[in-house]
Ligand binder design. Structure first.
Ligand code: GTP
Ligand code: MG
Length: 171
């Protein structure tokens, strides 16, 4: 068959936002984990779309592991940043981590696509993706293509739209 272009993607965001659940859903059915557990350090996962072969670094979002993130910035071509839309208390922490990421020397100068998932939209008191994007000040990101998708990773809703956007914006 035709060899797909290989890309490295970093999956970031606070602990419990749903990163591993999202990545698990994107993997081929026969390789999906039965139950998702909090990530220790990081996991490397693979999935394919029609034109790309993705290698995803699914990082732990726990405070003690967030210092690992920056070691993978240089070798990544895109970022998936996941937010728990129901976690109003920690939205400010998510924004701090996003700002630190976007200001990092290995990220700052690069035109790499950033895909946001406003995840857990099924929760009764979840914020809309518009509200999440306002709280994260996404409009102020001028040097990178970005996109936000509302998602329910347990049901797998919204994930395909996001990945298609990513596929179209990776050069
Ligand atoms: P760390 O690995 O600790 O950084 O967390 P994570 O971001 O990988 O979160 P994970 O995928 O482990 O999900 C955390 C919990 O949220 C699990 O119990 C998931 O089932 C649940 N969860 C994930 N996505 C959704 C969603 O869209 N809706 C709801 N209701 N629960 C979700
Ligand atoms: Mg995880």
């Amino acid at each position: 068959g035709i060899r797909k272009k290989e890309v490295n993607v970093l999956c970031l965001g606070l602990d419990n936002s749903g990163k591993t659940t999202i990545i698990n859903h994107l993997k081929p059915t026969n390789t999906q984990a039965q139950d998702v557990v909090p990530t220790i350090g990081f996991n490397i996962e693979k999935f394919k779309t029609s034109t790309l072969s993705f290698t995803v670094f699914d990082m732990s979002g726990q405070t003690r592991y967030r210092n690992l993130w920056e070691h993978y910035y240089k070798e990544s071509q895109a970022i998936i940043f996941v937010v728990d839309s129901g976690d109003k208390l920690r939205m400010v922490v998510a924004k701090e981590e996003l700002d630190t990421l976007l200001n990092h020397q290995d990220i700052r100068s690069r035109r790499m696509p950033v895909l946001f998932f406003a995840n857990k939209i099924d929760l009764r008191d979840a914020m809309s993706s518009v509200k999440v994007s306002q709280l994260l000040c996404l409009e102020s990101i001028k040097d990178k293509p970005w996109h936000i998708c509302a998602s329910d990773a347990v049901k797998g809703e919204g994930l395909q739209e996001g990945v298609e956007w990513l596929q179209d914006h990776i050069k």
